[in-house]
Design a protein around this ligand. Structure first.
Ligand code: ADP
Length: 629
């Protein structure tokens, strides 16, 4: 740090002049805690002492020249070294006495002796006062140095805004050194911008003795900074204001961070609003919660309501209360994560669909803290429901179309048992109309009639259920049985196309959860497509392999492989898109609907071209959870 070359004025002599011209003690006398170079004053002091001694001892001048030793002591004292000052005092006294002895006979002049004594008194008084002054300067310097230890920028300025003290913190904050700042106008130097007019601030300062607020200032390097400033008024013993002690902190970074935080909070709130997702905190077992603004909006409570699980339950749709209570029970037991969807019944009677996803962030002594997201999924659920309705309607239309395609074979399926009934009825009548009625044979024929009637009734009810419009309803079912029924439904069609059918169903029969009619429609569609792909084949056998396999512990796979014309490479991508068909009278909706149905069941469907030719269509469906190992 460069040394500040400023005249060292002992504190006792330091004064500041205010603008009115009156001399009065400054609010804080300028004092620089750093020491200057002590060599020049010491050399000057030594030269002066030598000169005084030579004049005093060896010239006939009859004056109290020894009094000038006082200047020597003051010069040495300006180095602020107490030991040097003490030494200078003693040395000057010794030189005074030696000078007196050398200059004349001791008894010669009472006046010379008196001058010598006065000089000694002057030297002693100056030395004592200077030493005392140096002691208090050292004390004050220590206190000033302590002020330099603080990170706060401490500035003292008089009532005319003239800086009288500027600590190390002020140097760091504003960039000017103490020697550059002291004596300048504080507010002009730092280009202070006040939050309210300065006159109002000064009025408050004079009234209360204090003021604090935020100020905008400019550093030495031109950078703008925000300062948190606290002012205290300094009065002299008579109560006259003499200065202000200002403690300043640079809060530019803090303000920036605050602004950035406010911005990111605004972003978050906006994102929560747009995505209709509120954030929540849940404390258990107390049930206290914290909700974001969006969570309040979703749950329909005013901002002053104290959030808790009771309020969530109060809004829960009566039919979903048990579900929510079950989840609450799990969270009380410390379940690591929750993911629940339920409905809310709002005070105006509207129903909202919400999903709550949360996880434990702290678990201690039976106390759990969850953090999570509450999503308003009403739009998504309603869209999904509308989509499902459209899919059901489309599936119905294509089912009816398929039934139309199968009309001839269905008619045959139905008429065949009816013809059998008629034949059996005739036989039964014949057995009964005999002179000796053969009841045993008649009973057999009637039994056959009942079996055939049941069979045709089953076929009709299956066709009716396929033709009926219905909302999808999920239930657990034997997937193998479903595949067998579908094969039976298109059996006649396959026969007519002279298709050899090979069925290989896995054991044990896989249980799935789904809509029977829709899944049957998928299998029927695959079988009809396979039969149609083989209808033009001549010169080789028309074969159809149908198999179910438990592909893994969670899925069952149905494979339908034919020996038809196969799938062209360029068609493979588009097979499952709507309205794609290669058939002259095709609609191109079959596989597209199959995919929608399979995906709605949580499965997937895909097509392959086996190397031996033909097509292989496969679908995988999730097994019913309870049937999984
Ligand atoms: P459509 O039967 O009305 O054409 P689909 O969606 O059921 O509609 O079938 C779309 C297309 O997929 C068919 O036109 C056909 O080109 C092809 N395709 C479907 N199944 C097979 C198969 N087993 N073998 C060869 N091509 C097939």
């Amino acid at each position: 740090m460069p040394l500040v070359r400023r005249p060292r004025v002992p504190l006792i002599f330091a004064w500041a002049t205010n603008a009115s011209g009156a001399n009065r003690p400054s609010a804080f006398p300028p004092i620089d805690p750093r020491r200057g170079d002590s060599r020049p004053p010491l050399l000057a002091a030594a030269a002066l002492a030598l000169a005084v001694f030579l004049i005093d001892a060896f010239t006939p001048l009859d004056i109290a020249i020894a009094v000038l030793y006082v200047i020597v002591v003051l010069l040495v004292a300006s180095t602020e070294s107490r030991s040097a000052t003490r030494f200078a005092g003693v040395a000057c006294a010794v030189l005074t006495v030696v000078g007196f002895l050398l200059s004349r006979d001791v008894n010669e002049s009472a006046a010379s002796l008196a001058r010598c004594v006065f000089s000694l008194l002057a030297i002693a008084t100056t030395t004592v006062l200077t030493l005392r002054n140096l002691a208090s300067t050292a004390r004050l310097r220590g206190q000033v140095q302590m002020l330099n230890l603080t990170h706060d920028a401490i500035v003292v300025y008089d009532m005319n805004d003239v800086i009288t003290f500027w600590n190390q913190g002020a140097e760091d904050v504003y960039g000017w050194t103490a020697s550059e700042a002291i004596g300048k106008s504080f507010h002009r130097l730092t280009q202070t911008r006040f939050p309210i007019p300065l006159a109002e601030i000064q009025a408050e300062l004079l009234r209360t003795g204090r003021w604090d607020g935020e100020l905008h200032r400019v550093r030495r390097d031109g950078a703008g900074i925000v300062i948190s400033s606290r002012w205290a008024l300094w009065r002299d013993p008579a109560g006259t204001p003499i200065g202000v002690l200002a403690t300043n902190n640079d809060i530019t970074e803090r303000q920036r961070a605050k602004a950035a935080l406010a911005k990111s909070e605004a972003f978050l709130a906006e994102a929560q609003c747009l995505s209709k997702t509120g954030s929540i905190e849940l404390h258990l077992p107390e049930g206290n919660m914290v909700w974001s603004d969006e969570a309040y909006r979703i749950l329909g409570y005013a901002r002053d309501v104290l959030p808790n699980t009771g309020h969530v339950l109060a809004r829960t749709h009566p039919e979903d209360v048990d579900l929510v209570l079950a989840v609450r029970g799990k969270t009380r037991a410390g379940e690591p994560g929750i993911d629940v969807s339920h409905r809310l019944l709002m005070p105006d009677g509207t129903v909202k669909h919400v999903r709550l996803v949360a996880r434990v962030v702290s678990a201690k002594d039976g106390h759990f803290e969850y953090v999570g997201a509450l999503m308003d999924i009403t739009d998504a659920v309603l869209t999904q429901q509308a989509l499902q309705r459209s899919l059901a309607e489309l599936a119905h239309v294509t089912r009816v179309t398929t039934l139309g395609e199968l009309a001839a074979s269905i008619a045959h399926e139905v008429t065949q048992p009816i013809s059998a009934i008629v034949t059996c009825g005739d036989s039964a009548l014949r057995w009964l109309n005999r002179p000796q009625p053969d009841l045993e044979e008649a009973t057999l024929s009637i039994g056959q009639m009942i079996r055939d009637a049941k069979r045709s009734s089953e076929i009709i009810s299956r066709i009716r259920s396929m033709a009926r419009k219905h909302d999808p309803s999920f239930a657990a079912m034997n997937f193998n049985a479903l595949v067998e029924e579908a094969i039976e439904l298109v059996g006649r069609e396959l026969q007519e196309h002279r298709v050899e059918v090979f069925v290989d169903l896995c054991v044990p029969a896989p249980v799935i959860n789904g809509d029977r009619v829709q899944l049957q429609q998928v299998v029927v569609n695959l079988l009809i497509n396979a039969a149609q792909a083989m209808s033009g084949i001549t010169g080789r056998r028309r074969q159809l392999w149908i198999s179910t396999t438990a592909s893994d512990t969670k899925h069952v796979t149905l494979a339908v492989k034919d020996s038809g014309h196969g799938i062209r490479e360029e068609d493979a991508e588009r097979l499952f898109t709507a309205f794609f068909t290669t058939k002259a009278d095709g609609m191109g909706m079959g596989l597209s609907i199959c995919r929608s149905i399979v995906e709605a069941h949580g499965g997937r469907i895909w097509a392959d071209s086996p190397p031996e030719g033909g097509a292989l269509l496969q679908l995988a469906l999730p097994l019913h959870e309870e049937s999984q190992p």
